[in-house]
Design a protein around this ligand. Structure first.
Ligand SMILES: Nc1nc2c(c(=O)[nH]1)N[C@H]1C(S)=C(S)[C@@H](COP(=O)(O)O)O[C@H]1N2
Ligand SMILES: [Mo]
Length: 306
């Protein structure tokens, strides 16, 4: 029987949710004190060599121009309509081809990882972009701890379904839950993170509180928000946008200035916040992360995305 904080607990010792309530209240209490204390109290993070030196967008830009259809399709809808969303408590179900399937409490997960600041370029398929200082940890850390079984080839993700808190889900805009997926090598890549905050603060609701995926070399829709389920599979997962329109939203959807969207060019992008007269930015292959990720696609026809 384990109680309270035991720094020596191993991931494999993770027990059902109820037993972690003490730990939860302690950590949440600390969080509340932090918020009440001062604006200067940030989530402790370590810097990352993967961060870009580009100037981040402002917090206001990052939190007022969003895609999160669970809260509506307008860019300001997620900011306006996410007030009632309750991201705590939260747990993530991990299942499929893993050694230790289960429902993992987020507070518990966060107590066992080193959070990094990752300043990444972020490129939406709609041809706008931002630079975001995420707080997060590598997805590979989590997957390694739950133990990926031989035979697993893909990772599938699902967003929470809560129509009472997510007004967009009261309409059949998408086939809820929002679903995404990665090939296992993409999921294990060190650039792929689970983000739990930005600008040193817990993740804003409109950006995918309390935990979302960030895959910086792919179009933004791959970076699924408010994740409640991660499944290891041997077949390519069914994903929301790919199912909606296979031709326009490929499973891989790597940022690629040479492959236009059927309805618009992908050669350049509008950096959000640049103002009306700002020059468009040239879109880079793999969103500028080619040196790190191009090898994943050796021999794969990048123009054929599914
Ligand atoms: N669950 C969910 N995740 C989602 C979306 C969504 O509508 N629902 N939109 C995607 C799209 S199209 C983009 S561009 C990014 C936007 O992330 P941001 O609002 O933090 O910039 O979230 C992605 N993740
Ligand atoms: Mo997007």
């Amino acid at each position: 029987m384990r109680k309270g904080f035991d720094g020596n607990l191993r991931w494999s010792d993770v027990t059902p949710k109820a037993q972690w309530m003490n730990r939860r209240s302690l950590m949440l209490g600390a969080g509340a004190a932090m918020v009440a204390g001062s604006a200067a109290a940030k989530i402790p993070t370590v810097p990352s060599a993967f961060s870009t030196g580009a100037a981040p967008n402002t917090l206001e830009e990052i939190t007022s121009y969003n895609n999160f259809y669970e809260f509506g399709t307008g860019k300001e809808d997620p900011m306006r309509n996410s007030q009632a969303f309750e991201p705590d408590p939260w747990s993530v179900k991990i299942d499929g081809l893993v050694d230790k399937p289960g429902s993992y409490d987020l507070v518990d997960i966060l107590g066992r990882v080193t959070l990094e600041e990752r300043i990444y370029r972020f490129r939406c398929v709609e041809a706008w972009s931002m630079v975001v200082p995420w707080v997060g940890f590598e997805l590979a850390t989590l997957l390694n701890r739950v133990g990926v079984r031989p035979g697993a080839k893909f990772v599938a993700f699902e967003t929470v379904v809560r129509p009472e808190q997510m007004p967009g889900q009261r309409s059949p805009l998408l086939d809820w839950p929002y679903r995404e997926g990665l090939r296992l090598d993409e999921a294990m890549h060190p650039l792929t993170i689970l983000a739990t905050g930005l600008y040193g603060e817990p993740m804003p609701k409109q950006n995918g509180a309390p935990i979302r995926l960030v895959v910086p070399w792919k179009y933004g829709f791959k970076s699924i928000k408010s994740i409640v389920r991660i499944s290891l599979t041997d077949t390519m997962p069914v994903t929301t946008w790919n199912t909606m329109n296979r031709r326009e939203y490929g499973f891989y959807s790597n940022v690629n200035p040479e492959v236009d969207h059927p309805r618009w060019s992908q050669t350049s992008e509008r950096r959000v916040g640049g103002g009306l007269f700002a020059k468009r930015v040239d879109t880079q292959m793999f969103n500028g992360y080619g040196e790190q990720v191009a090898h994943l696609y050796a021999g794969q026809d990048l123009a054929k995305d599914y």
